[in-house]
Design a protein around this ligand. Structure first.
Ligand SMILES: Cc1cc2nc3c(=O)[nH]c(=O)nc-3n(C[C@H](O)[C@H](O)[C@H](O)COP(=O)(O)OP(=O)(O)OC[C@H]3O[C@@H](n4cnc5c(N)ncnc54)[C@H](O)[C@@H]3O)c2cc1C
Length: 437
């Protein structure tokens, strides 16, 4: 990176409009009916559903500032597609459960929009749809086959874009075609989080920041939560929503959530008309690579916000900016010399089975593991886990009833990520090489 592009701000671009804020301090936290660990979309949506159903004495607890996890750092791309296709779901769980799981994925976006309609404040929601670029010809063929295999009623929501028409959607020659989905779009993720906070406060929910939950143990009919600083509180129910920031507080959950850093950059502002030429439909863009790129325009249309796995091992924001700028240049060579103003990262959580989960373990409710795509899904999961708290033990369905596998050999140190990352990158290179062969 040249000195002309420095200095880079290492906080998310989104925080300029809506920085994470402090909530109530630790000493204002007392016994409660439901304690929710994690103030991201999962935790806040769980709290809102409980309060809307008449619940009181609900406390959301975060060790950072409110929303300082992934929920104010992400790309703001809205979608709720399963990473596991129907055939694999049926093979794993049988036809009926597979249908329930797919019903959850279908229900997530309508629920998100329903919840969104209850919020106030500008969040720059734009339901412009999404485009997925095919990394290789085989991926494009697979896209075509997947659309062909859909029931006729669903097929209309998708549109294949052959390579010679790619520029209508993305002005790049890097892909072998693309798939447009009408569903989905863009949001300002930190403003969405702020709107959730305001709704939660309006419902009387106590939002606490700077408080770490260090342990949860059964006590009588409820639980004792141990807090940093040696304090403890009691709660009748506990919901865990730590996602990519899960620590040792619930080892069972930690063994199922592998934190993976995702990195983003923002370019300096450029004329909106020029940027619009790059993504004419102003859609959310991603691709089919195993180590994917995802990108979009900023809400004012003047910046490219570009994300990806710049590294599978920890690197700082200056180094990740160099890597991401290289990726961005490979997609849009014309942005090669544009200054980068922001570079940041955050943790997503991957699960062994590439599906999100919610449920109860040893009486403790949990939700999370959206595998990198969780604005819509963690909104929905937060709601679903709260419904389980409210329904007091009705049989679970869909994502709430499938087995939640632990990652073999993993207890909190993801030592294998570097190896997996290299294998994925090699797979991506091989796929392109096969195209040429
Ligand atoms: C760079 C990046 C880009 C992304 N882009 C997209 C995108 O474009 N579209 C999309 O759909 N998704 C995207 N995601 C994923 C999405 O942001 C997450 O799936 C979603 O925000 C998860 O919400 P959450 O509430 O489950 O977790 P988080 O928002 O991460 O919140 C978890 C919280 O739990 C707290 N916590 C953990 N342990 C404790 C403890 N012991 N005590 C107290 N507090 C604790 C943490 O401090 C944290 O604030 C992206 C993520 C990142 C990082």
């Amino acid at each position: 990176m040249t000195s002309a592009t420095l200095p880079i701000t290492t906080t998310p671009y989104w925080w300029e409009a809506a920085p994470p804020e402090h909530g109530l301090p630790a000493d204002a936290l007392g016994d409660c009916d439901v304690a929710i660990v994690g103030s991201g979309y999962t935790g806040l949506n769980a709290a809102i559903t409980l309060a809307e159903a008449g619940g009181t004495r609900i406390a959301v607890i975060d060790r950072q500032r409110l929303g300082e996890g992934a929920s104010s750092r992400n790309g703001g791309q809205l979608g709720a597609e399963s990473k596991v296709d129907t055939a694999h779901l049926e093979k794993r769980y049988g036809r009926d459960v597979a249908r329930e799981v797919e019903a959850d994925f279908r229900a997530a976006m309508p629920f998100f929009l329903e919840r969104f309609a209850t919020l106030t404040g500008e969040c720059h929601l734009q339901m412009t749809g999404s485009v997925v670029g095919a990394h290789c010809t085989a991926d494009y063929r697979q896209m075509a086959a997947a659309v062909e295999g859909l029931p006729a009623a669903e097929r209309g929501r998708y549109r294949l874009v052959p390579p010679d028409q790619l520029h209508r959607e993305i002005r790049t020659d890097i892909y072998r075609g693309a798939l447009v989905r009408d569903e989905g779009g863009l949001i300002h993720p930190a403003l969405y989080h702020r709107a959730l906070r305001e709704r939660a406060r309006g419902l009387g929910i106590a939002l606490h920041s700077g408080v770490e939950v260090t342990g949860v143990a059964r006590e009588g009919q409820g639980f004792r939560l141990h807090l940093g600083g040696g304090r403890a509180i009691r709660a009748r129910q506990v919901i865990m929503g730590p996602n990519g920031y899960a620590g040792p507080v619930m080892p069972w959950l930690r063994r199922r959530l592998v934190p993976v850093a995702s990195y983003m950059i923002a370019t300096a502002p450029l004329p909106a008309a020029r940027m619009r030429e790059l993504i004419p439909g102003n859609r959310a863009v991603a691709d089919t690579k195993k180590v994917l790129y995802y990108y979009r325009l900023s809400p004012d249309g003047q910046r490219m916000l570009f994300g990806g796995r710049a590294s599978f091992t920890a690197i700082d924001e200056q180094r990740s900016a160099v890597g991401l700028r290289g990726f961005m240049r490979s997609v849009f060579p014309e942005l090669g010399d544009v200054a980068i103003t922001h570079s940041w990262l955050g943790n997503v959580a991957f699960c062994l089975d590439f599906l999100p989960h919610y449920g109860v373990h040893d009486g403790i409710h949990y939700a999370g593991g959206c595998n990198g795509s969780g604005i819509v899904m963690s909104t929905y999961l937060g709601h679903k886990v709260a419904e389980r708290v409210l329904d007091g033990g009705q049989p679970a369905r869909g994502l709430g009833r499938i087995p939640y596998p632990a990652v073999p050999g993993y207890t909190g140190n993801p030592w294998f990520l570097g190896i997996v990352g290299n294998l994925y990158r090699a797979g991506d290179m091989l796929a392109r090489w096969r195209d040429r062969a």
